[in-house]
Design a protein around this ligand. Structure first.
Ligand code: NDP
Length: 283
């Protein structure tokens, strides 16, 4: 098993830079066993960070994750998310306990606010801190927060404390480079790793000529190049979703792919870096 590069949160918890997503897992009963097998393959390969959310299939993805990790909770770093309309004092606690039941665990390692909604952030943060104190979650973070949203979080700015903000999970891939301009630098200042979701743009990216050509030069696949490109930054975690063991194994092998300066220039020409501020995109 090769764990590959790890990323360390302010809490001190170290996780593999390449994890696994679960959106749409559990939607189709006929695919269930294959999806569970895929997640287990990933865990065997060291892709032990698993990202899920109460939103995914209205809890079906969390139930599927619970089945996939049965008997091996301790090997896994679980990330789940609370919906913004549940993120008040009482709703956050109820949502978290419902997620814990579906996952079949006593603790979620990292619990995120899925996106910013109408509940005042100090109320949500206090609810999350209270879940940390009772031991139901190990730590908390946010998702889909742009720079101005981060500024509205209580307790910032400054490198976040071990009990404070741990990550911002955002849309980032070759076709969504906006965060490089200001969000990544801000997260570096705050000392929080970024978690890149939809790192292969839900598959839409994989037929692109430039990507195919870099992949061919390495005897690699477009998905591996897209993942290696996201993982070229320190402090960035990628969470591709793959529902077959073959895709998981292929994605894992991206950890062994080193992109050259020429590759990066070719990819910059095809997918230019942001020239200025772009509002954070969301899927
Ligand atoms: P991804 O970019 O991970 O793409 C998933 C798609 O790519 C699937 O159709 C999958 O197919 C395909 N794929 C994966 N690996 C390969 C491969 N090696 N070759 C060919 N195709 C491949 O998109 P997601 O939107 O799923 O993002 C990843 C995860 O991020 C989510 O599952 C979720 O956990 C999280 N997320 C968080 C969001 C947020 O708001 N915080 C929003 C969106 C996602 P197959 O399934 O057949 O293997």
């Amino acid at each position: 098993m090769s764990v590959g590069r790890t990323v360390t949160f302010p809490s001190g918890a170290a996780v593999p830079a390449l994890g696994q997503g679960t959106w749409h897992m559990g939607d189709d009963p006929s695919r269930r066993q294959r999806e569970i097998a895929a997640l287990r393959t990933g865990i065997d390969l060291g892709m032990t960070l698993i990202d899920t959310a109460e939103m995914y299939g209205d809890g079906a993805a969390e139930e599927l994750v619970g089945e996939a990790i049965r008997g091996r909770h301790d090997d896994v770093f679980l990330v789940s998310k609370v919906l913004p309309w549940n993120a008040d004092a009482r709703g956050t606690s109820e949502a978290c306990h419902a997620s814990l039941r579906r996952l079949g665990v006593e603790r979620i390692d990292l619990y995120l606010l899925h996106w910013r909604g109408g509940v005042p952030l100090p109320e949500t943060v206090e609810a999350l801190e209270s879940l940390v104190r009772e031991g139901s979650i190990g730590s908390w973070g946010v998702s889909n927060f742009d720079v101005d949203d981060l500024a509205a979080l209580p307790g910032l700015p400054g490198p976040s404390a071990a009990t404070g903000l741990q990550t911002d999970q955002v849309l980032y891939n070759l076709t969504r480079r906006g965060p490089e301009y200001d969000l990544f630098p801000r997260c570096r200042e705050l000392g929080v790793p970024v978690m890149a979701y939809s790192p292969v743009e839900q598959g839409r990216l994989l037929g692109h000529t430039a990507l195919r050509s870099v992949a061919a030069a390495h005897g690699a696949t477009p998905a591996q190049v897209a993942l290696a490109w996201v993982l070229r930054h320190d402090g960035v975690i990628a969470i591709p979703k793959a529902s077959s063991s073959e895709h998981v194994e292929e994605n894992h092998a991206a950890l062994g792919l080193r992109l050259t300066d020429d590759d990066l220039h070719a990819l910059d020409a095809a997918f230019p870096p942001p020239p200025g501020k772009q509002p954070l995109e969301i899927l």
